[in-house]
Write a protein that binds this ligand. Structure first.
Ligand SMILES: NC(=O)c1ccc[n+]([C@@H]2O[C@H](COP(=O)([O-])OP(=O)(O)OC[C@H]3O[C@@H](n4cnc5c(N)ncnc54)[C@H](OP(=O)(O)O)[C@@H]3O)[C@@H](O)[C@H]2O)c1
Length: 112
């Protein structure tokens, strides 16, 4: 909760304590970053013309201008990458085991 607030969230909901689909609030956009909910489960919490999207199965194919835009956001401190753990190539099995637990906080890096 503190990590997510520290990188800019105005409000954080603990999914283990509160079902955000039943809070009565409605949103312009619901973006599922961890593939845990479907569009139909969100139909009552989206505003009219609200958007649902999910990261699931999407392999980003950024264009050069997208990468420059991201670089600028990072340089301005508006996008703050979070690195949880770093493993060497020899430790890659351990790294995968950690990721497979489904609770990494940000990114896990394999150093080559
Ligand atoms: N990482 C990539 O390179 C990549 C690339 C393309 C697509 N994707 C897709 O992106 C999605 C997320 O992958 P990921 O790599 O970011 O990591 P992940 O291991 O799927 O997500 C870890 C995070 O999910 C949270 N979480 C677990 N269960 C949750 C729930 N029921 N509700 C809300 N949050 C929950 C965990 O928080 P707690 O520890 O507090 O439980 C943790 O912060 C996947 O669908 C994956 O297919 C990932």
């Amino acid at each position: 909760m503190e990590l997510v607030k520290s990188i800019g969230a105005d409000k954080v909901i603990d999914y283990t304590k509160e079902d955000f689909t039943k809070s009565g609030e409605v949103y312009d956009i619901v973006f599922d970053a961890v593939y845990m909910i479907s569009k139909s489960q969100c139909k009552n919490i989206l505003k009219e013309n609200g958007i649902f999207d999910s990261s699931h199965g999407k392999i980003p194919q950024p264009k050069e201008k997208d990468l420059v835009f991201l670089k600028e956001l990072i340089e301005k401190g508006k996008l703050k990458p979070v690195i949880d753990k770093t493993y060497t190539m020899e430790q890659i099995v351990e790294g995968h085991r950690y990721v497979d637990k489904g609770h990494k906080k940000g990114h896990v890096i394999i150093k080559i």
